[in-house]
Design a binder for this molecule. Structure first.
Ligand code: ZN
Length: 390
């Protein structure tokens, strides 16, 4: 009866539970298989004669929060005709394996989370080397690019370059691949490996010139789209630079007031409450450049919220005119960048694709990096990201 319950708990078919021992750091279940007629692998005769037993320790998935070890009393039969000794048939573990198949599957699943290999090793009563060995059996290779994909980068700490690229499918919110480098030569040789380059329709990028050149050369039919997040961010940087410039030459109290108004200057006025609006009015009185920069930022945001590329084009040219008039150097610089990428920016108004989900992946990558104390081996780092985010 007792043994039947444990069998159900272990979900092992046809196994006899001989004993259960609890230790401080693990739990042992002693098991064996019933005696059954076996066919001799050498001569084909049937035998039930037991030759001897060997103990095999097999790690299994934890029970009651403790690592579990199956102590399997493995039987050898003896053929009475040809005298051959052979092991009984068993299906829950491979011949030389020291782990159950289901434990390996559980660990592979667990590796999809951000937990470090060390902490997974601890939870399952295994060594970090064992976890690494299981992990190293995983491999990811992208063989086909979808119609739409986006490229972004993140800072790496591995043996390869300073920046890594991440390719994402924005329609499925999944990571497609992680690349060592974001240089033009590297991207070109990578992209050229894929069949059917004409099937790529849209590529979402940030304003990094090698992305544009690589996409233009590798996928001549694709439309390049600048992610909205990036040009909004450039505008936020511009107004913040104006604030910092003005702040430097102000008396202490006023400088402090302006310093604390960073968020206020970045928010849209319709999102401010009554107090916020009064505060904003006071901030704009501090300096003429702040006031003009604020108008430019607001006009830029109106352009960003256009509902089509044709509306956006009109609003953009009005904004560019205003930048010329106001002569705020931070915005003149922004205008040059926007002009350089004008078509790609305008393209973004006619499609729903953004790099929005990449932000989420970047946070996940940061956690993976931190938990692994900075992956130094790029290939492992890449596999872990793909295993967690694809
Ligand atoms: Zn035999």
């Amino acid at each position: 009866m007792h043994s039947q319950f444990i069998k159900n708990l272990l979900l092992l078919k046809d196994v006899l539970v001989d004993n259960v021992c609890h230790f401080e750091n693990h739990c042992e279940v002693h098991i064996s298989l019933p005696i059954r007629p076996h066919i001799c692998p050498r001569c084909g005769c049937i035998t039930k004669k037991v030759h001897d037993y060997r103990k095999q320790k097999i790690k299994d998935i934890p029970v009651l929060n403790k690592p579990l070890c199956l102590v399997y009393r493995k039987r050898r039969y003896k053929c009475e005709k040809c005298r051959k000794n052979f092991y009984e048939n068993v299906d829950f573990v491979g011949r030389y394996q020291r782990m159950t198949l289901r434990l390996i599957e559980t660990i592979i699943e667990r590796l999809r989370s951000n937990y470090s290999m060390r902490s997974i090793a601890k939870d399952y009563g295994l060594s970090p080397c064992t976890i690494t060995r299981i992990f190293d059996c995983l491999s990811y290779k992208l063989t086909k690019l979808p119609e739409v994909f986006s490229i972004d980068e993140f800072k790496g700490t591995t043996d390869k370059g300073k920046y890594h690229c991440v390719l994402v499918d924005p329609t499925k919110s999944s990571v497609l691949d992680v690349l060592d480098s974001r240089s033009l030569e590297f991207l070109l040789s990578y992209f050229r490996k894929f069949p059917d380059p004409d099937k790529v329709k849209y590529v979402v990028i940030d304003m990094w010139a090698p992305y544009k050149l690589a996409v233009q050369q590798a996928f001549p039919r694709a439309q390049i789209i600048i992610d909205r997040f990036h040009y909004v961010r450039n505008c936020n940087w511009a107004i913040d630079k104006v604030r910092k410039r003005i702040q430097q030459n102000l008396p202490y109290e006023k400088a402090k007031f302006l310093k604390h108004s960073k968020k206020l200057l970045l928010s849209r006025p319709h999102n401010l409450d009554h107090d916020g609006k009064i505060r904003l009015a006071n901030v704009l009185l501090i300096h003429e450049d702040i006031r003009l920069a604020y108008i430019l930022k607001e006009k830029f945001m109106d352009f960003v919220n256009s509902s089509s590329s044709s509306e956006a084009e009109v609003k953009l040219s009005q904004w560019l005119e205003l930048v010329k008039q106001y002569k705020i150097r931070e915005f003149s610089y922004l205008a040059r960048t926007i002009l350089n990428w004008k078509q790609e920016i305008l393209n973004s108004f006619d499609v729903p694709y953004t790099n929005g989900c990449i932000e989420g992946f970047n946070n996940k990558i940061k956690v993976i990096k931190r938990n692994a104390f900075g992956f130094r081996n790029f290939s492992r780092f890449r596999t872990r990201i793909l295993h967690c985010c694809s």
